[in-house]
Design a protein around this ligand. Structure first.
Ligand code: TYM
Length: 339
């Protein structure tokens, strides 16, 4: 078993990132250690260059994101944690996989449609190829599992298609060269919604500050954002995503933060006097979940040299795996000298 996932060093990481992805990384790390497998996590700075960005800020956000992952419980002694651009095999494999990526498939990607509509100056070719680079990230390690939130489902489907097409095209007569990975999307918390617009997902690029709860949110601001969360005009605390999206989002967060089921979270609110009680209970539970991460982050973030050292060691381990896979890919594609 080999787990791989990636996270962008953009913006401030929010509760959706934490609940949908980061906590699965930590769980995955523990499962991998137990099973004698590997868990590999990558901060994808090359992906972050596909939209307008500020170069100096990218580096800061890279440290922020790495410190956050460490604070959340990723341990470089138990997993591989590295920066995408440190392992050049990702960019090379992306190019090679372009030969088996259908233009029409890239055109159908929801994320490309959404993000290209948001770009004011330039829709870059990189944004279009984003899913192929993502496929390269995972396929370079022959990963079997990809923990992600629900919004990445389509991208994981595409990387499966790319792996299958690659094997059929270049390795039909021999052992498959690439492994076809499975997504791992959590049952609860895979799609956390914007607190102000609960029919839209919480998103770094399109949510408002009021609608987004940051992982590092100060407790007072956290309570305020939950108090102001949009619910609905009746008074019934019931999980029903279609009819009651705001209340359902709060119940889902309450369940995740307490480690219970949504049904239990709903039952615990049976005596509540109104939505105010639900909002406060959720704020308290979410603060309990995030407070240790916040505290640990404050300790880790200032030491950029230590962060670089951890990333450098991670990149070495990553390269050792990816270079072997790339050698096989080049060989079957007829690229470079005969082996
Ligand atoms: P990024 O940084 O945009 O998102 C990181 C993770 O957070 C999840 N997520 C959510 N989960 C629940 N509710 C939400 N509202 C929410 N918003 C975001 C995302 O699904 C993601 O898992 N394209 C990837 C980065 C990537 C990657 C990879 C992932 C690059 N290469 C290879 C897996 C494997 C992304 O969206 O990052």
């Amino acid at each position: 078993m080999r787990i791989f996932s990636g996270i962008q060093p953009t913006g401030r990481k929010h509760l959706g990132n934490y609940v949908g992805a980061i906590r699965q990384y930590v769980a995955g790390q523990e499962r991998a250690v137990e099973a004698g497998g590997d868990a590999i996590f990558c901060i994808v700075d090359l992906h972050a260059t596909t939209v307008q960005y500020d170069p100096a800020e990218l580096r800061e956000r890279l440290y922020d994101t790495t410190a956050l992952l460490l604070a959340a419980g990723l341990d470089p002694a138990r997993c591989v944690l590295f920066r995408q651009s440190d392992v050049q095999e990702h960019a090379e494999l992306c190019w090679l996989l372009c030969s088996v990526t259908a233009h029409g498939d890239l055109n159908r990607m929801h994320q490309f449609k959404d993000k290209s509509a948001q770009q004011r100056e330039l829709v870059s070719a990189g944004l279009f190829l984003y899913p192929t680079l993502m496929a390269a990230d995972v396929l370079a390690y022959r990963a079997t599992e990809v923990p992600v939130g629900d919004d990445q489902r389509q991208h994981v489907e595409l990387m499966r298609d790319i792996a299958l097409r690659f094997n059929a095209r270049f390795a039909a007569e021999r052992e498959p060269v690439l492994v076809v990975p499975e997504h791992r999307i959590p049952e609860v918390g895979a799609r956390i919604m914007d607190l102000q617009e609960p029919t839209r997902k919480m998103s770094t690029s399109s949510s408002s500050v009021e609608g987004t709860l940051y992982v590092l949110e100060e407790p007072a601001a956290l309570v305020k954002k939950f108090k102001r969360a949009v619910t609905d005009s009746d008074n019934e605390i019931r999980f029903d995503r279609a009819a009651k999206p705001g209340v359902s989002n709060l119940l889902e967060l309450l369940a995740v933060a307490r480690g219970t089921t949504i049904a239990d979270a709903q039952a615990s609110m049976a005596d509540a006097r109104g939505y105010g009680d639900l909002k406060l209970a959720t704020a308290e539970a979410v603060d309990g979940l995030l407070a240790p991460v916040r505290e640990r982050y404050a300790e880790l973030r200032p030491d950029e040299a230590a962060i670089e050292e951890a990333l450098g060691a991670g990149a070495e381990k990553a390269r050792a795996i990816a270079s072997g896979v790339l050698a096989d890919v080049r060989e079957v594609m007829g690229v470079g000298p005969r082996r």
